[in-house]
Design a protein around this ligand. Structure first.
Ligand code: SF4
Length: 265
């Protein structure tokens, strides 16, 4: 592990280097090792294949004791639990997501607290755990022990495979008392997303932004306030404006499948 860390300057392990360095490892990567590796990763260059490679080298048994389920932030409130994955690597980001209108990412999962090393490390660990065949068996007891009523999949990240969607569906089917919701930017799993959305306790919304201004998935949507379809929905009442504080709002995103309008960052 020392060799992996020593010869790199901060933020310098890109896709090619990572593969080479990981192939030199003779032991599994622990949670502690991740503290050294994560600050060195060059996220602009990494792909989901690199994430898979990293996950395959991680001591996944030691990682399941990490706090996998996160309590809601100030905006969502502590009645909400979240499961976040690495942004960008698990999504299908557009130019707008990565560069916005001013060259800075418009996607909030690539800004602010999501840039903290602890958030990046947690998301990588959750990705590695989500790849396990016993993912549902790991999450269910943790989830049922908590008393939260609302669960948000992926404040950062997205569904990255059919297999992972099935695991999430199994979890929701076992937790009839909990309401789940997610927003997806991926259109390559439309059928699977529709099946997930058909559960009584699950709402999936399609994410609309400037480069994808119209819904295509047959799902409710979350759209920028400035989009024509969102403006139209706000005026005819079919779209709800997000007031930013879920408790005050009554957790409408979980209790119904209305489309939602959000402000552009
Ligand atoms: S619409 Fe309401 S429930 Fe949904 S994210 Fe906004 S504040 Fe939270």
């Amino acid at each position: 592990m020392q060799r992996l860390v020593q010869s790199f300057k901060p933020d310098s392990i890109g896709s090619k280097d990572l593969g080479l360095r990981l192939s030199e490892l003779d032991s599994e990567i622990s949670k502690k090792d991740l503290d050294k590796i994560v600050p060195l990763l060059n996220y602009s260059d990494l792909t989901i294949k690199d994430l898979d490679l990293l996950s395959s080298k991680m001591d996944s048994d030691s990682l399941i004791n990490h706090s996998l389920l996160i309590k809601g932030n100030q905006k969502m409130g502590d009645k909400v639990l979240l499961y976040n994955l690495p942004g960008k690597l698990t999504c299908t980001p557009t130019k707008w997501c990565l560069e916005g209108r001013s060259g800075k990412p418009a996607c909030y999962a690539l800004r602010n607290n999501f840039r903290l090393l602890s958030a990046k490390k947690g998301a990588i660990i959750r990705y590695a755990v989500s790849k396990r065949n016993d993912f549902a068996d790991i999450i269910l007891p943790k989830l049922l022990r908590k008393k939260q009523l609302y669960f948000r999949w992926h404040a950062s990240g997205d569904f990255y495979s059919e297999e992972y969607i099935k695991k999430v569906k199994n979890i929701a089917e076992e937790c009839g008392n909990i309401l789940f919701r997610t927003t997806t930017h991926r259109r390559d799993f439309t059928k699977e997303m529709q099946e997930l959305n058909s559960l009584d306790n699950f709402v999936v919304r399609e994410s609309l932004e400037r480069s994808r201004p119209l819904p295509e998935m047959g799902l409710p949507f979350v759209g920028l306030e400035s989009l024509e379809i969102t403006k139209q929905g706000l005026s005819d009442g079919s779209v709800h404006m997000c007031p930013e504080f879920c408790d005050a709002c009554g957790y409408q995103c979980w209790h119904g499948d209305k489309s939602t309008a959000v402000q552009e960052l």
